[in-house]
Design a protein around this ligand. Structure first.
Ligand code: AMP
Ligand code: ZN
Length: 672
């Protein structure tokens, strides 16, 4: 490689690492595995070391991952919070211990503490006078974000301790696996996107604005270190852990003090195998010199202590055999190939299915039936097939053929090249109908108890319903005649369906099952558009303009509202009395007698949607600036209309935000 190439490689690596740091620490998501990430870091480290002259400028290597966001209150740490150096092989750990040995003159191998590396989110707790004063995130290592209220919901973190002097206590907040499974089960029921791993949920949860949601998530903690602690006389890590536990903190039960490299290796191997028995996820072992005086002698690099290292586990991989491939049709018509596997135990659970995602994945891997494949479960809940062991491929193996027709309704399938997904586009496909009715009645949507999967199937089979809208004109006599349906359950069903008519507009919108529109997106759309007609009439650009809505979602929404059968469905549901606008009680009153004109480019609302909002609230939308105009709402790059309004002097000029406050204020008046 020549100089320019090396410099470019260094810069590319830096960019990549920075990007991954950002998604991991600020958005709590990971695009690559820990292992892949650490490999990038190692590569950059060795290049920067080898070519210092080509390594000028900012490097992510000298910073710890930064979780700060600009909007939150932050507090500087009294003592800095560091990251940890890491290694994936026991040789690396041995090299680390040898290096320590050569730097300090040991009489004998120093005592080492071994702790679980809990895969969570680090926290700094500051106590004074024996009371918790505040809690902060690691932030950039120097300054952390305040998360006190959320931390107070965690029952294992004491708000009062015996130690009265000021002290910074540090540890990890994590989501117990049991809770992780529970939360994802709920999300699965609601067809919401599943969380990838407990660490991401913990990190996302601790920054939520609403502490009541945090308390429902049952986070837990393990405490393992301190920052500043004047007058605390403690000489070793093991004494410190005892002190912390005596003060009411939860410390790890599995910490061990050892004196040989063999014991270090033994402990690492043991927990690599037994980690799946733990109540939380651990991603490695932290190896620390026990003596604090030795720790201060060794000191720190720009980012990590030189007296500790993390031995990181590799994501578990196993081989198994593809017995069969089935093709599932979801509510949107997406056909997903699912591999049926010879069951294997991997990272804490028995796996018998793995998603193959789409047609391209099958082609790329050249998968055949009875192939032995390597599967990986790296934090993700759904295991992935990563490679085929061709040596074990049986002779005359059969390729996996992606069907050309829907496995349920036999209509030709259509492949969407953009997302590589193959769809059944037949609106009458019974698989789609079953799944969409199930979605419609599910808890996050219309929440109709009594219309679970089995019942919906029964109603479809006996031709009592054929489409979503039929739910609201059920033949209850016919239902009473069905097997296992007493008068009581029919009454209950009737009531549940009646109740569902009160569900808010965003639930109804979510229930419609628009591709890519989850419950959060539904809320966003309702906030911006207010009612179904504004949404139906929204231009594609207007949809794209909405914050948090990308082109993919916008296209899908736009497409949905341009299909005849969907508009028919909406009409039927309107007739049935479902809610199709937000806060209907205020419509037509709040802005009555007030006129508005919009000019310039708005950032929050689309032009049409704000005009619709004005009209829905009884306001007038003017065409030009005249003396009669009450308000001119001004966006970016406003031109002649703004000039004219200024000249007239009678028109009140406001921003989008001011319009929002005005509307809220007027709505309040109407309410009273
Ligand atoms: P990293 O996230 O790769 O920078 O690794 C360092 C982080 O590991 C620390 O900031 C802690 O949040 C976390 N960690 C988990 N368990 C421990 C432990 N027993 N001792 C020290 N750090 C730990
Ligand atoms: Zn079909």
């Amino acid at each position: 490689m020549d100089k320019n190439n090396i410099k470019e490689t260094i810069e590319n690596l830096r960019e990549k690492i920075k990007k991954h740091n950002e998604s991991y620490y600020q958005f709590s998501t990971s695009e690559i595995s820990d292992y892949e990430y650490d490999q990038l870091v190692k590569k950059l480290e060795s290049l920067e070391k080898q070519y210092p002259s080509l390594s000028e400028g900012d490097s992510p290597l000298s910073e710890v991952g930064n979780d700060l966001s600009s909007s939150e209150k932050s507090i500087p740490h009294i003592e800095r919070m560091y990251s940890l150096d890491n290694g994936y092989s026991l040789e690396e750990i041995e090299t680390f211990l040898d290096k320590i040995a050569s730097e300090v003159n040991w009489e004998m191998f120093p005592a080492i503490t071994l702790e679980h590396k809990i895969d969570g989110f680090s926290v700094n707790l500051f106590y004074d006078n024996g009371e918790l004063q505040y809690a902060t995130t690691r932030g950039d290592g120097y300054v952390g974000e305040v998360i006190t209220e959320n931390v107070k919901t965690i029952s294992s973190i004491p708000t009062k301790i015996d130690w009265k002097k000021p002290i910074e206590v540090r540890g990890e907040i994590y989501l117990p696996l049991k809770e992780f499974v529970r939360i994802n089960d709920e999300r699965l029921q609601n067809e919401e996107k599943l969380f990838a791993n407990p660490r991401n949920v913990a990190a996302g949860t601790i920054k939520l604005k609403d502490s009541s949601i945090v308390s429902q998530r049952n986070l837990d903690s393990v405490i393992y270190s301190i920052g500043s602690a004047p007058d605390l006389m403690i000489a070793t890590q093991s004494e410190l852990l005892k002190f912390l536990s005596d003060n009411g903190f939860k410390t790890s039960l599995h910490t061990q003090l050892v004196n040989t490299i063999e014991e270090v290796a033994e402990y690492c191997n043991k927990w690599d195998h037994e980690r799946s028995n733990l109540v939380m996820e651990i991603d490695g072992i932290v190896i620390k010199t026990n003596s604090f005086s030795l720790q201060s002698e060794l000191g720190y690099t720009s980012k990590s202590p030189k007296w500790a290292i993390a031995y990181k586990f590799k994501a578990e991989e196993k081989e198994t055999v593809i017995e069969d491939v089935i093709f599932q049709v979801g509510r949107t018509g997406a056909v997903t190939p699912v591999a049926v596997l010879t069951p294997v135990y991997i990272s804490g659970s028995t796996v018998s299915r793995a998603t193959l995602h789409n047609k391209d994945v099958i082609t790329k891997l050249d998968l055949r039936l009875k192939d032995t494949v390597r599967i990986i479960k790296s934090g993700e809940i759904i295991p992935k097939v990563i490679s085929v062991n061709l040596e074990l491929r049986p002779p005359k193996s059969e390729p996996i053929i992606f069907p050309d027709n829907c496995p349920v309704c036999s209509e030709p399938l259509v492949k969407n090249d953009e997302d590589a997904i193959t769809y059944c586009e037949n609106p009458n496909c019974s698989a789609k109908i079953l799944r969409s009715i199930q979605h419609f009645t599910s808890r996050e949507a219309m929440d109709i108890t009594g219309l679970g999967e089995a019942m919906v199937q029964q109603l479809l089979d006996s031709n009592i319903i054929a489409k979503i809208e039929d739910i609201f004109s059920l033949d209850y006599d016919a239902i009473g005649n069905l097997e296992r349906q007493g008068t009581k359950s029919v009454e209950n069903l009737k009531k549940a369906i009646e109740d569902s008519k009160n569900r808010s507009f965003d639930k109804v919108l979510f229930a419609l099952g628009i591709r890519h529109v989850g419950s959060k997106t539904s809320k966003t759309l309702v906030n911006r558009f207010g009612n179904i007609d504004a949404l139906i009439n929204a231009e594609l650009e207007e949809l794209i303009d909405v914050n948090e809505i990308g082109e993919k979602i916008a296209n899908s929404v736009h497409h949905f509202f341009h299909r005849e059968e969907n508009l028919k469905l909406i009409d039927k549901l309107k007739e049935a009395g479902l809610q199709f606008s937000a806060n209907t009680t205020h419509i037509g009153q709040a802005l009555s007698g007030i006129s508005f004109l919009v000019t310039g480019r708005l950032t929050k609302y689309g032009r049409k949607s704000i005009e619709q909002l004005i009209m829905d609230n009884g306001g007038d939308v003017s065409k030009s600036v005249t003396k009669k105009l009450s308000y001119l709402i001004v966006g970016e790059d406003a031109g002649s209309k703004l000039d004219k309004a200024k000249k007239l002097g009678t028109v009140i000029i406001i921003s989008e935000e001011e319009f929002d406050s005005l509307l809220t204020e007027k709505m309040g008046e109407v309410k009273e």
